[in-house]
Design a protein around this ligand. Structure first.
Ligand code: RIB
Ligand code: CA
Length: 321
């Protein structure tokens, strides 16, 4: 049976591939997409989600816009990595998929109430929407199967030496999620920095020869340029699709069940995920943390998704649910 999933994202080049992977993989039932301020403003991340679904022929999947600001304090964006649009690189036409009339929290409430089985939430941006939902609807916690998030790190950060962008963008929201008691899987930089979209990967995508493949290769090329300029990386780490890839292929990642705390007050460390890998705190484990990844298998999943969605649509329109 496919796994029912709602993506919560801030597209974002890597979020874009997560949308495609979720829409394409047969083990995933994509119930909806909620957007959040993160890589760019929520207006831009929502437009980008619509652009990706239009380009990939993903129709009939609701897109609901979420929170514009973090729970506390000013928000941060990442134009140095994702550009002013949040999805710089390819040229996009006008999107032909609508925005849902509900906000993200209302969409989550309605969808979790209505779905016959508990739903897996897959946040790959700041955790603002997820925390706002948990705070507003504690009665629906049992309708959540698990949360599989991209964020944090067992080692260094990226936006600061200590903090990864998604967590730093809203540490209070992350604290709500990590204290929720829900089944939580954390996929952090310690693993995603090994999932580099090398020139071989870009060539495999480009060789698919479809307009979607061209768009995907252009996204990877832009993402690679910014990661080289800002971080000196030889290739861009495709962080977010590790979440859906883990759900679709559970053997892809190696996880450890350990305590994770979110630093909220450190002068130099606010937004850090403090991962107690050795159990020295005596705290109860609250997250399944990724510590290794099968990189070749990961790229096979990504290339297969672009191939599947890029095929000429059967008569009667694109992929619909
Ligand atoms: O730190 C990487 C994460 O922050 C990714 O999810 C990227 O899209 C940005 O949201
Ligand atoms: Ca993201």
């Amino acid at each position: 049976m496919p796994v029912p999933v709602i993506l919560d994202c801030d597209p974002g080049h890597d979020d874009a591939f997560n949308i495609m992977l979720a829409a394409a993989h047969p083990r995933i039932e994509l119930l909806g997409i909620t957007t959040v301020a993160g890589n760019q403003t929520v207006e831009k991340t929502t437009l980008n989600a619509r652009r990706v679904c239009t380009a990939a022929g993903v129709r009939g999947v609701p897109i609901a816009a979420g929170m514009a600001e973090p729970l506390r304090g000013p928000g941060i964006v990442a134009p140095d990595i994702h550009g002013e649009s949040g999805l710089d690189g390819p040229e996009f036409g006008e999107p032909d998929v609508p925005v849902d009339g509900r906000d993200a929290v209302t969409f989550l409430r309605d969808t979790l109430r209505a779905h016959p089985e508990p739903v897996t939430l897959v946040p790959t941006g700041p955790l603002t929407n997820i925390a706002a939902f948990l705070l507003a609807h504690p009665e629906l916690a049992d309708r959540i199967e698990r949360i599989v998030l991209m964020g944090g790190s067992t080692e260094r950060g990226n936006r600061t030496p200590a903090a990864e962008f998604n967590i730093l963008a809203d540490p209070e929201a992350a604290d709500v999620v990590f204290r929720s008691g829900l089944h939580l899987t954390m996929i952090g930089l310690n693993v995603s920095h090994r999932a580099l979209a090398t020139p071989d990967v870009v060539a495999r995508v480009k060789a698919l020869g479809t307009p979607l493949a061209e768009m995907s290769a252009a996204l990877l090329t832009y993402f690679g340029d910014t990661y080289r300029e800002v971080f000196g990386f030889p290739a861009p780490p495709l962080h977010d699709p590790l979440t859906v890839a883990h759900i679709a292929a559970p053997d892809l990642l190696t996880l450890v069940h350990v305590p994770v705390a979110v630093e909220l007050t450190g002068t130099h460390t606010r937004g850090a995920t403090v991962v107690d890998l050795d159990g020295v705190t005596g705290a109860a484990p609250n997250a399944h943390v990724a510590v290794d990844v099968d990189v070749p298998a990961y790229w096979d999943l990504i290339v297969d998704a672009v191939r599947t969605l890029g095929r000429p649509a059967p008569t009667g329109g694109g992929l619909s649910r």
